[in-house]
Design a protein around this ligand. Structure first.
Ligand code: E4P
Length: 218
C-alpha cells in the first residue's frame, strides 16, 4: 500500500519523511495557492526533498492546454505524475498523454463510471474523492471498493489512490478494503500516532525504571 502526503508545504513533508512512511506527495492548485510561492517553485522545492512520485495537477480546462501543461511539468522535475480532472476534455488529454508515455491519471473523481473511462485510457492512477463523496451524502469508501473490484475483474493496472481523506476512520476503512494507495493531509497522518494506551504504557515503564539512569551506563 502506497501512502502519499497531501500538501504543498515542504516543512510538513520533511517531518513526514522523517517518520519513514510516505511514498510521495500529492498536490493540487488549492494546496499550492495556500503557499506564497509560484507553482513551479513549490513543485521544485518539493522535488528536492521528496523521495518518490510528485503528483501535479493541470489548471487548463481545454485539451491542448492540459497537454501543454503536462509536458511543461515534465521539465520541472524527474518523478512527476500529472493529475487531470475527470472531465470530457480531461479524458481526451489523458488518452493523448498516455499514448506518449507521460505518467498521468484522473483526479476530482466521484464515480465508478469515471474510473472505468480512466482505466480504459490506461490512467496511471485514479483519485476518488472519499471525503467529498461522504460530504455529498454518498459512500466514499464504498465507491473505492467498487472501483477496485471492477479493476481486479478486468485486470486494469490503474492505481486506485483514495484522496480527500478527512480522518483516520476513513483511512482505516480504506486499509481494510485493501486500497492500492491513499493520500492524506499532514494532520490526518499525525492522527495515526497518538493512543492513550501507548502513553500510559510508556509512563508505566518509566515509573518502574525510576531514576536508575541509562540502561547503557547503569
Ligand atoms: C488529492 O490529490 C486531492 O487533491 C485532495 O486529497 C483533495 O482533498 P480535499 O477534499 O480535502 O480538498
Amino acid at each position: 500500500m502506497k501512502l502519499y502526503l497531501d500538501t504543498g508545504d515542504t516543512g510538513a513533508v520533511r517531518e513526514a519523511m522523517a517518520l519513514g512512511v510516505i511514498d510521495g506527495v500529492t498536490t493540487n492548485p488549492s494546496l499550492v495557492a495556500s503557499t506564497d510561492d509560484s507553482y513551479r517553485t513549490v513543485i521544485a522545492n518539493l522535488a528536492d526533498i521528496v523521495d518518490g512520485p510528485l503528483f501535479v495537477q493541470v489548471l487548463a480546462d481545454d485539451v491542448e492546454g492540459m497537454v501543454e501543461e503536462a509536458h511543461g511539468y515534465q521539465q520541472w522535475a524527474d518523478d512527476i505524475v500529472v493529475k487531470i480532472p475527470a472531465t470530457r476534455e480531461g479524458f481526451e488529454a489523458l488518452g493523448r498523454l498516455r499514448e506518449t508515455g507521460v505518467r498521468a491519471g484522473t483526479t476530482v473523481l466521484f464515480s465508478v463510471e469515471q474510473a472505468v473511462l480512466a482505466a480504459k485510457n490506461d490512467a496511471t492512477f485514479v483519485a476518488p474523492y472519499v471525503g467529498r463523496l461522504d460530504d455529498a451524502g454518498s459512500d466514499g469508501v464504498g465507491t473505492v471498493k467498487r472501483i477496485q473490484t471492477i479493476y481486479d475483474t478486468y485486470g486494469f493496472e490503474t492505481e486506485v489512490l483514495a484522496a480527500s481523506i478527512r480522518n483516520t476512520t476513513q483511512a482505516v476503512a480504506l486499509y481494510e478494503a485493501g486500497v492500492d494507495a491513499v493520500t492524506m493531509s499532514p494532520s490526518v497522518l499525525d492522527d495515526h500516532i497518538p493512543h492513550p494506551g501507548t502513553d500510559e504504557g510508556v509512563a508505566g515503564f518509566e515509573a518502574d525504571w525510576g531514576d536508575r539512569g541509562s540502561p547503557l551506563t547503569e
